[in-house]
Design a protein around this ligand. Structure first.
Ligand code: NFE
Length: 470
């Protein structure tokens, strides 16, 4: 066996992810394992409850993408109820979810990734990181660091946009089965548009410039972290009540765009800490029964697959499948596609914002049926998100969630195929194995969130996480 490098936890991402790679004599990665070290358990919490509770409970999976969980959940519930939200609800939901996307993509670039390319000031919160291979000039570095600070203020404005229409963020209140409970006041509309103008200007003039600068200085990263090459998206931002979306759903394999059949989604558990009976199942009939210390297993993430194949998810998948991005698949393509998606979405949000009126009627009271089966497919910032619901006697009998990071950071499946991040790590050469910045750059380009994929509580000590800050 060659030398092993462990990053545990990988920092500057949400949740606790361990990455372990094996390198050969020339420091080239020849094997990789991605491990989610925590159990989420929301599927268990929901069983036995009123199915409408899922909208609020599943948002607590994560503070970064709660709106997408709300959307996936209401879609699953409304699908089971045989109801379609009206156009007013669609516009307001898009504005709330879109605000969350803008905030989250800016977060990913400035606060979770940029320090892989730009040296932060000494003795500051800009650590941990590896300050090697930093290629910007002193003046460029200072400008990007200034924009890092500015991005915090811009993210606050994007958050407030979501809160204006939903009561609060994270974990929005106004998105419920039947539509949206908030009708905007004229002051809300004015405030929302003012913030959107500021956020859009930052995206167009600052974020795009900084991504272009980094892409230019690190153009070799257009050839690093290519990975599996298959892309998948469930589509997002409804444009009508018939299921059409701004970003349409689809797959990309061998250069060909395909359609999505949700029945072809299956989760595998041979290498995951779940019972064998929890694997090889479509989530409509899914199981999430923990089996820690299972021989050969190494992650609390299951291995979701589409038609038996590994797929990469995220903004790059959405942009390529929609013909909005003509590049390839790599570390830098992921950053570039994410930035271009942010720019496109901010422009679209101006159109939706202009559709807001004080006479909108976005809510319809629904009656809870006795039983139902529903699927809610949308996109979170990090990629395709699905919620699957079954209920009878007005109580949830099964609820399964597959998050984008579960796909991207998955372990091997039953056929031994590595997950998308694992595959993207293979082949990269590490210049200094004491500072494996190449690994961080590859992993961060996927914007993983292990908090979404898994959650934990220590039942004896009641400790959620421990950190050592030096
Ligand atoms: Ni915790 Fe999430 C997004 C979801 S990632 S951020 O985007 O769902 O798995």
């Amino acid at each position: 066996m060659g030398t092993i490098i462990k990053l545990d936890p990988v920092t500057r991402l949400e949740g606790h992810l361990k990455i372990e790679v094996e390198i050969d004599g020339s420091n080239k990665v020849v094997n990789a394992h991605s491990t989610g070290n925590m159990f989420r358990g929301f599927e268990k919490i929901l069983v036995g409850r009123d199915p409408r509770d899922a909208v609020h409970l599943t948002q607590r999976i994560c503070g970064l993408c709660p709106v997408s969980h709300a959307i996936a959940s209401v879609k699953a519930i409304e699908n089971a109820f045989g109801f379609k939200a009206n156009n007013d609800a669609i516009v307001l939901r898009n504005l709330i979810q879109g605000s969350n996307f803008l905030s989250d993509h800016i977060l990913q670039f400035y606060h979770l990734s940029v320090l892989d390319y730009v040296k932060g000031p000494e003795k500051s919160p800009w650590v941990p990181g590896y300050d090697i291979d930093m290629r910007l000039t002193a003046a460029e570095t200072q400008a990007v660091i200034n924009n890092y600070i500015k991005a915090l203020e811009i993210r606050r404005k994007a958050h407030e946009m979501a809160a204006i229409l939903s009561g609060k963020i994270p974990h929005v209140m106004s998105i419920v089965p039947g539509g949206v409970t908030k009708v905007p006041l004229s002051t809300d509309i004015t405030k929302f548009k003012t913030y959107l103008t500021d956020v859009k200007a930052f995206i167009d003039n600052v974020y795009m410039n900084d991504v272009n600068l980094i892409a230019e200085k690190y153009s070799d990263y257009y050839s690093v972290g290519k990975g599996v090459g298959n892309l998948l998206t469930f589509g997002v931002f409804d444009t009508d009540t018939s299921g059409n979306t701004l970003f349409r759903r689809g797959t990309y394999k061998n250069g060909i765009i395909g359609t999505i059949d949700p029945l072809k989604v299956k989760e595998f558990t041979k290498y995951s800490w779940y019972s064998d009976d929890s694997g090889n199942r479509n989530p409509s009939d899914g199981k999430t029964d923990v089996m820690y210390a299972k021989t050969g297993a190494y992650s609390y993430l299951k291995a979701p697959r589409y038609d038996g194949e590994v797929y990469e998810l995220g903004p790059l998948a959405r942009m390529i499948i929609n013909g909005e991005y003509t590049g390839n698949i790599s570390v830098m393509d992921r950053h570039m596609a994410r930035a271009l998606e942010t720019k496109k979405l901010a422009g679209q949000m101006v159109i939706w914002a202009n559709m807001m009126t004080t006479s909108m009627k976005p809510y319809t009271q629904l009656k809870l049926p006795t039983s139902g089966v529903g699927i809610g497919l949308t996109e979170a910032p990090r990629g395709a998100l699905g919620h699957w619901l079954n209920f009878s006697s007005q109580r949830t009998t099964n609820y399964q969630i597959i998050t984008p990071t579960c796909w991207n950071a998955s372990p091997r499946d039953d056929f031994g195929k590595m997950g998308a991040i694992e595959q993207a790590l293979i082949g990269v050469t590490i210049a200094d194995i004491t500072k494996p910045i190449e690994l961080l750059r590859i992993v961060h380009s996927f914007d993983p969130c292990t908090g979404c994929s898994v959650h934990v509580i220590d039942s004896e000590k009641n400790i959620k996480s421990e950190f050592v800050v030096s």
